[in-house]
Ligand binder design. Structure first.
Ligand SMILES: [Zn+2]
Length: 449
């Protein structure tokens, strides 16, 4: 996403995402230049926000590729002619990802072509203009002789992010910039999902998801009292402010979206998102529309008990700043476990609806990410600890937050932590999931409550 107020340099317009129109572009230019815009042969664009309009006059060369299957979307990847050989990967992977998204969201891509434009000077890594995606050239070039997997993964991640925008932001747009996470968070999340699909051999999801979650924790900790909630009215005239908080509405939002998928399970999560996209296509939305679609999908498949409301749960994550630390204190005589929450910097006014998944050493099931019980907030928004008997033996560990899908850190009492640490030293790390190992282990000091 580029800072706001830039798109109205070309022509007078209302630069507001909810104000959509169709655009007919004509460009006069010297015959030595190639001209490109959002649609093929300058047809009128779909109904869209002003910030998505783009045009280019260039002398680049291109590689042609296209999606497989009935839609057969044509891709052209444009760069300087002497860089063309390094654009092969971008040209190859992009149609695969677009096709995957068409199937995942069950909504066909509405423009018959995508131009990907790599420019040697571009302030941002990518910009999702509909049908004419702009990139910083260095962010999409990959030299196959270098065998640099990390670089290749960055290219795939970025292209997947921009292509996810074709649905998240372009087809359905947040009503106001303060909810930019409705596009950026989803694109960050779905880029991780798509890259796993096109490159299963990389086992990349847990790495990207873990990284973005840890970055988000760090960001909240560094900004401390100045951090903002995911949904926040950003001053439109100040692009620097937007950049300062981009980790919140990109990475933290993606982490919270991943948690939402674990809360709902994939059937209700995807049902809800597909109907949200379909019902709001070519329009704009606020958070309530998203919550309503997810709630209906959840009710349809019975994903959440009636006592839980997706809007109440998710607003505790999107409208509050910071994140919770979950404290797990076991009583080894009674077999009970007391779980409580605290704001990471002890802001006592905060309370989150925390989905708690867990497994024990004897069970060792790291596949079930659905919540098995919850930490709730009362009517006054106050947190309450929960004591439960998890039927574990005193000599086995309990690990909470399966696959680290919840956007929180877990602190364990010293004895439980020691049992986990001992298992981690075993050759198979005691069967403990890589994401739980990545997130780290935190000790609960005996005087903590
Ligand atoms: Zn983006």
């Amino acid at each position: 996403m580029k800072p706001l107020k830039e798109c109205n340099h070309a022509f007078p317009c209302f630069d507001e995402p909810a104000l959509k129109a169709t655009f007919s572009v004509s460009l006069g230019h010297h015959k030595n230049y190639t001209s490109l815009s959002n649609t093929e042969k300058y047809r009128t664009t779909p109904k869209m926000s002003t910030y998505l309009l783009a045009y280019s006059l260039n002398q680049f060369s291109h590689i042609f590729s296209q999606t497989q299957g009935p839609s057969s979307i044509k891709f052209r990847t444009w760069v300087r002619s002497d860089a063309l050989q390094n654009a092969t990967y971008a040209a190859d992977v992009a149609p695969k990802i677009l096709h995957y998204f068409e199937e995942l969201f069950k909504i066909p891509f509405p423009i018959p072509k995508v131009d990907q434009l790599g420019m040697s000077e571009f302030k941002y890594a990518g910009m999702e203009n509909w049908g004419l995606i702009e990139y910083r050239e260095s962010a999409i070039l990959h030299n196959p002789d270098e065998n640099n997997i990390g670089k290749k993964q960055h290219v795939a991640d970025l292209i997947a992010h921009e292509l996810a925008h074709m649905w998240w932001g372009n087809l359905v747009t947040m009503s106001w910039w303060g909810d930019a996470w409705l596009k950026e968070g989803f694109c960050k999340y779905f880029s991780a999902v798509a890259v796993v699909h096109v490159h299963p051999e990389w086992k990349h999801f847990f790495e990207s998801y873990g990284r973005l979650q840890l970055h988000a924790f760090d960001h909240d900790e560094i900004l401390l009292n100045e951090t903002i909630p995911i949904s926040h009215s950003i001053v439109q005239s100040n692009p620097e402010e937007i950049l300062r908080y981009s980790t919140i509405f990109y990475k933290k939002a993606a982490s919270v979206i991943g948690m939402m998928s674990a809360i709902l399970g994939s059937e209700a999560f995807y049902d809800g998102l597909r109907s949200y996209l379909k019902d709001n296509a070519y329009g704009s939305t606020t958070l309530n529309q998203l919550w309503n679609h997810l709630q209906s999908a959840s009710d349809r498949v019975g994903a959440l008990d009636k006592a839980y409301n997706i809007r109440t749960i998710m607003e505790s994550w999107t409208l509050q700043r910071g994140y919770p630390c979950i404290k797990v204190q076991r009583n080894y005589q009674t077999n009970e476990v007391t779980v409580s929450q605290n704001h990471f910097a002890n802001d006592t006014k905060s309370c989150w609806w925390v989905p708690l998944s867990f497994t024990t050493q004897s069970e060792s099931n790291f596949n079930n990410t659905r919540p098995r019980f919850w930490l709730k907030c009362n009517a006054k928004g106050m947190a309450k600890a929960v004591t439960v008997n998890l039927k574990s033996s005193e000599n086995e560990w309990i690990v909470f937050n399966i696959q680290s899908m919840g956007n929180y850190r877990v602190y364990y009492d010293p004895r439980n932590l020691k049992m986990i640490s001992d298992s981690l030293l075993l050759p198979d790390h005691g069967g403990i999931h890589v994401s739980n190992r990545v997130q780290g282990l935190y000790i609960l000091h005996s005087n903590a409550t």
